[in-house]
Design a protein around this ligand. Structure first.
Ligand code: EPU
Length: 336
């Protein structure tokens, strides 16, 4: 294996932050990874680099997970079980499934990143979360080099959350994800308002999974910055969940506040709306700022440092706390 020295990581993170890895290695198979782990346990993993904000050079060995491959495990009349290796591009995998007529992932089109990281924060968009289709996750335990398998239940999925962000954090390298998808009788989820209006603008009344995927791509392209053009990590914050009493209090001061009912006692409020209210939407501070079309997304216009973007995030958190008494939780991993 070729361990390289002083490698710039700009191309390896979607925020486009230019820090260096002191030592860097790409692994292309589970075997290579296991060999490497015999020598090196203090590692920093990078895959699609789509959910991290790098604020400094990385001193530990950076291991780029580049394990490719897609296989069909089994199928019956209605369902198909597919395993994709961690280094596959998420969006390319989704497009491949859609082109084969396999349903379940179409609402998750155009999400940046690789397959191997999709379970970690349980990626979600337009009414679907990846947990709805995951049947199994395989990983290598860093300490022992052993291959371990997690059922969907063992992954303990929640909203932008899983066991891999909690007690399993830092202990495993995810190597593949298995999905149960539909071949017929797809469970299309078009209830999200923007999907419905996108489909009806094209006079589509009986959509296919390809129609839904195309609609999601069009919506994302109209709202979210393309990381290849403007560095970003998607939603920087989670949408906060607050108590019903707290929400009702806010409603008297802000009658237009949008909300989603979570339970009898809890309400989710869109962080993008909150950030827009405090005047940060579209604000630019030289090389970085808040996206003009979606206030939940912080952006790097060029040479911004991760430190500056993190400072902006903290300023937003502070102002949200002061204005709404809400703790805004950061969704992106801050590497410092
Ligand atoms: N809104 C504003 N101003 C903004 C942005 C949003 O007022 O600048 C309002 C919208 O008008 C709408 C509500 O907030 O009433 C929700 O907005 P949107 O539908 O754009 O979704 P979101 O809650 O801001 C979440 C996910 C996105 C996902 C979309 C669509 C989180 C943290 N984010 O955003 O996920 O694409 O729903 O399902 O849950 C990501 O995680 O990286 C991501 C992009």
């Amino acid at each position: 294996m070729n361990i390289q020295k002083n490698i710039p990581l700009k191309e390896y993170n979607t925020f486009g932050i230019n820090v260096n890895a002191k030592r860097f290695v790409s692994v292309t198979s589970v075997y290579q990874l296991q060999q490497l782990l015999k020598e090196e346990k203090d590692i920093f993993l990078i895959s699609g680099g789509s959910n991290m904000l790098l604020t400094k050079d990385i001193d530990t060995l950076v291991v780029h997970i580049d394990i490719k491959g897609i296989s069909i495990d089994r199928e019956n009349h209605n369902d198909i079980y597919i395993t994709a290796n961690a280094g596959e591009s998420w969006h390319e995998f989704v497009l491949w499934c859609v082109s084969q007529g396999y349903g379940g992932l179409e609402n998750l089109s155009l999400i940046p990143g690789n397959v191997g990281t999709c379970p970690i924060q349980n990626i979600g968009a337009y009414g679907v979360e990846v947990k709805d289709t995951i049947s199994k996750v395989e990983a290598i335990e860093i300490e022992t080099g052993k291959l371990v398998s997690f059922s969907a239940e063992e992954c303990q999925f929640g909203y932008r959350n899983s066991i891999f962000k909690n007690e399993a954090k830092g202990k495993y390298v995810l190597t593949s994800v298995s999905f149960q998808l539909t071949k017929n009788n797809h469970n299309l989820n078009t209830s999200y308002g923007a999907i419905e209006s996108e489909l009806s603008s094209k006079d589509i009344t009986n959509p296919t999974i390809k129609d839904v995927s195309d609609a999601v791509i069009a919506i994302r392209q109209s709202k979210l910055p393309d990381p290849k053009k403007i560095g970003n990590s998607g939603s920087f914050f989670k949408n906060p969940v607050i108590s019903k009493e707290h929400f009702e209090k806010l409603q008297t001061a802000f009658p237009n506040i949008p909300s989603y009912v979570i339970s009898d006692t809890e309400i989710k409020v869109p962080a993008g709306w909150l950030i827009e209210q405090i005047g940060f939407k579209g604000k630019r501070f030289g090389d970085y700022g808040v996206h003009e079309k979606q206030a939940l997304v912080l952006v790097n216009y060029g040479g911004a440092t991760g430190k500056k973007i993190y400072e902006l995030a903290q300023k937003i958190q502070h102002t949200i706390k002061k204005t709404f008494d809400i703790d805004l939780e950061i969704e992106v991993n801050i590497i410092q």
